[in-house]
Design a protein around this ligand. Structure first.
Ligand SMILES: *[C@@H]1O[C@H](CO)[C@@H](O)[C@H](O)[C@H]1NC(C)=O
Ligand SMILES: *[C@@H]1O[C@H](CO)[C@@H](O)[C@H](O)[C@H]1NC(C)=O
Length: 140
């Protein structure tokens, strides 16, 4: 009988990098490239902020990046982000035409969204986390 185990691990809970490191130490048979951490929640929040600002469907916003950790020190980056328009893909920075908003309010809103949700709900953003885990797994 042939038996194989296939594992792709997605670490969700913070401190995500530390949790991934612990997993790597204690599950050496899982290759480290099969272990990833969730920043898709932050990524989706960045896409959401852009889509609200531009009144466009969130599905048309592409190539936003979250650098750094899944924490308030993360750096949401729209420098390569585009939006589909009837005239093709347009740079987000050009369409928003408000560098001050991008460099300040946008970044802090995305960085602090998790804390804002916990404050408002008195519960974590469990459904958004679950939904972004599905988005993350789909692109692996
Ligand atoms: C790691 O992931 C690859 C696919 O990306 C898979 O082929 C491989 O079986 C996985 N390794 C383990 C030990 O699950
Ligand atoms: C990410 O977290 C690590 C560990 O706490 C820290 O050393 C590092 O400075 C953080 N990096 C960023 C970009 O937040």
């Amino acid at each position: 009988m042939f038996c194989s185990i296939f594992a792709q691990v997605l670490v969700v809970a913070n401190p995500a990098n530390t949790n991934a490191l612990i997993l790597k130490e204690f599950a050496p048979s899982i290759p480290e490239k099969n272990v990833t951490c969730l920043t898709r929640l932050d990524h989706n929040r960045a896409l959401g902020q852009i889509s609200e600002k531009l009144f466009v469907h969130v599905g048309g916003v592409k190539n936003a990046i979250i650098w750094g950790n899944h924490s308030s020190t993360q750096y949401p980056d729209v420098n390569h982000a585009t939006v589909s328009t009837c005239n093709g893909e347009k740079p987000v920075r050009e369409l928003i035409a408000d560098d001050n908003w991008i460099n300040t309010e946008f970044i802090t809103t995305v960085q602090q969204r998790g804390a804002a949700i916990i404050k408002a709900r008195k519960l974590s953003s469990a459904l958004s986390a679950a939904s972004s885990a599905c988005d993350h797994i789909q692109v692996l």
